[in-house]
Every structure is written in C-alpha cells, then in structure tokens.
Design a protein around this ligand. Structure first.
Ligand code: CA2
Length: 139
C-alpha cells in the first residue's frame, strides 16, 4: 500500500515556533515514528510553500497512490486550485489540520478541500495524520 502525506506552507517550521498551537514536535520526528509503526506501507512525504508545487504533486501521485493525507495549511482557506486538483484525481484524500480550524478565526472555517475529500480530521494534533493512515490501512 502506498500512502502520501502532503504538507502546505510553513509546516516545515513545526516544532520550532508557535508551539502552543502546533506542538513542539518536528514533523520529521513524528514521521519516523509513524513509518516504524507501519513497515508494510510505502510512505511518501512532500512539503512545499508554493501552491503550484502542491497542485503538481497532487496530480503526480493522484492516480497511483492508495491514499493521500493533505494538510494544505493556509491554502486550505484560499486555494480553489488545490480543491480542483483533489477533485480531479482518483486517489482518496483525507484533509488533516493540527489545530481545530473551527475554533479559531472565522476565515479558517472555510475550506476549499473538505468537500472534495473523503473526510476531515481537525484539532487532534499530529495524531490526526496517524489516524488518517489507520483509516486507509484498515480499509
Ligand atoms: O491547524 C493546521 O494544521 C493548519 O492547517 C495550520 C496552518 C493554518 O493556516 C491553518 O488554518 C490550520 C498554518 C501552518 C503554519 O505552521 C506553522 C508551524 C510552526 C510555526 C509556524 C507556523
């Protein structure tokens, strides 16, 4: 089984700043632990701060992977292009947010991705990515 995790802008800073909102763990540390728990899964990780690069990666992976877990970060709330890319591919997508986007500023309550995804996990910290992996794994 092949699962991709795609992170959007500024998530490369996880664990270094704004730890009260996003936690103190780096994504790399979390990802190593996740991979060790699912040795049979082939994982791919991609992070970009550039909207078009995220669209390209969704298109590139979206016809051969079994699942994509995406946290589009701020592009969640602005990017019609990322929503369109998710609608255009075959691979099912789960949208993950580390914080609870429904408990923050109003502009974070709009997602261009949720309606194109099979499900949304928001507010459960990095554990949300692990829960999304478990969903694909147990399908
Ligand atoms: O809660 C999430 O996962 C978000 O997707 C994170 C985005 C935010 O714009 C969304 O509304 C919700 C922001 C990611 C910024 O990540 C940082 C991590 C560490 C330090 C600074 C920013």
């Amino acid at each position: 089984m092949k699962i991709a995790i795609i992170n959007g802008p500024n998530l490369n800073l996880l664990g270094t700043r704004e730890t009260s909102i996003y936690g103190a763990q780096t994504f790399e540390t979390f990802f190593e632990d996740l991979k060790s728990k699912y040795p049979a899964i082939e994982f791919h990780y991609f992070q970009s701060n550039v909207e078009g690069e995220l669209v390209n990666e969704i298109q590139r992976l979206g016809f051969s992977y079994d699942g994509i877990i995406i946290n589009p970060a701020a592009y969640t709330h602005t990017s019609v292009a990322i929503g369109d890319a998710i609608a255009a591919i075959k691979t099912p997508v789960i949208e993950v947010h580390i914080s609870n986007i429904f408990g923050r500023e109003d502009f974070r309550k709009l997602s261009h991705v949720s309606g194109k995804s099979v499900g949304v996990i928001s507010g459960l910290g990095l554990k949300g990515y692990a829960l999304a992996v478990e969903y694909f794994h147990s399908k």
